[in-house]
Design a protein around this ligand. Structure first.
Ligand SMILES: O=C(O)CCC(=O)C(=O)O
Ligand SMILES: [Fe+2]
Length: 207
């Protein structure tokens, strides 16, 4: 399966990131790839995923009052992860060519939110102190209904709600990691996503 993000789509994404710092795309990932990613998550037992923690490095801790998803990191060596990671490399290169963002690598994990799980409002990168630049979230839930809740709500810097994304199969969102607080509302059904972060090289920031 070889898939190409078109130059036209990359133009739209780059323009939106410059204009408003985020973009919601109802269908970016080719359907056959979404399908194999969904099959992988559906055939993974919940105990194979690990409880997600908050904070980085020595500060890392489990905190079920803040976050209750279970995660598994994607790996370049395994399919279908590599299909998704290849598209993210195209996105990285396309954005670097257009915006000179200096995006260097990408880390991402599958996340499963079981009924009752949520992730309270947070930002993915503390201003100036981290190397996460751009967040991506991709949803893998074919039969989602409004009653299932589990929306991803994105806020602006003044804490106004600017986007409420239903975690339906195919939905994809990209936003500047430092700029947008966001939360996952309590889900009523199992909710699958892939969250990822484009990072700049530590050495470029003098860490
Ligand atoms: O799954 C989502 O909608 C977003 C998850 C999130 O915000 C994160 O993992 O940092
Ligand atoms: Fe987040």
């Amino acid at each position: 399966m070889v898939s190409q993000l078109s130059e036209a789509v990359l133009d739209v994404i780059a323009d939106a990131l410059v204009d408003k710092g985020y973009i919601f795309l109802p269908e970016l990932i080719p359907h056959p790839i979404s399908q194999v990613l969904l099959e992988k998550i559906q055939t993974t037992e919940i105990h194979e995923l690990k409880a997600a923690s908050i904070g980085r490095g020595a500060e890392q801790q489990l905190n079920p009052d803040i976050r209750r998803d279970r995660i598994q990191w994607l790996e370049e060596q395994s399919e279908p992860d590599s299909l998704y990671l290849d598209l993210m490399t195209q996105l990285k290169d396309g954005l670097n060519r257009r915006l000179f963002m200096g995006l260097f690598d990408y880390e991402s994990h599958y996340a499963v939110y079981q009924p009752g799980a949520f992730y309270k409002k947070h930002v993915d990168a503390l201003k100036g102190s981290q190397n996460r630049i751009l967040t991506t979230v991709f949803f893998l839930n074919p039969d989602w209904t409004p009653a299932d809740c589990g929306e991803l709500i994105i806020y602006d810097e003044a804490d106004n709600e600017i986007e409420r994304i239903t975690p339906k199969m195919g939905h994809f969102v990209i936003f500047l990691s430092e700029r947008f607080p966001h939360e996952v509302t309590k889900t009523q059904a199992q909710r699958n996503s892939i969250a990822g972060w484009f990072r700049v090289s530590n050495s470029m920031h003098g860490f």
